[in-house]
Design a protein around this ligand. Sequence first.
Ligand code: SF4
Length: 55
Amino acid sequence: MSQVPGIRERLRQWWLRMRCPTEFLCDNCMYDHGSSCIRPQRPNAVKCPDYKPNS
Ligand code: SF4
């Protein structure tokens, strides 16, 4: 399995970054509270496969 993200995943990450108004994804992520997210990059993630923008 390749470690390099495919074009679809890179486009998705780019689109999510465009939708994020803050420097760090976590600041705008619906999982950034309590124990909803145990990723080590929280709270300063700039790239995250689980990022879900607050609507
Ligand atoms: S899911 Fe990713 S972006 Fe969201 S809070 Fe966790 S580390 Fe941050």
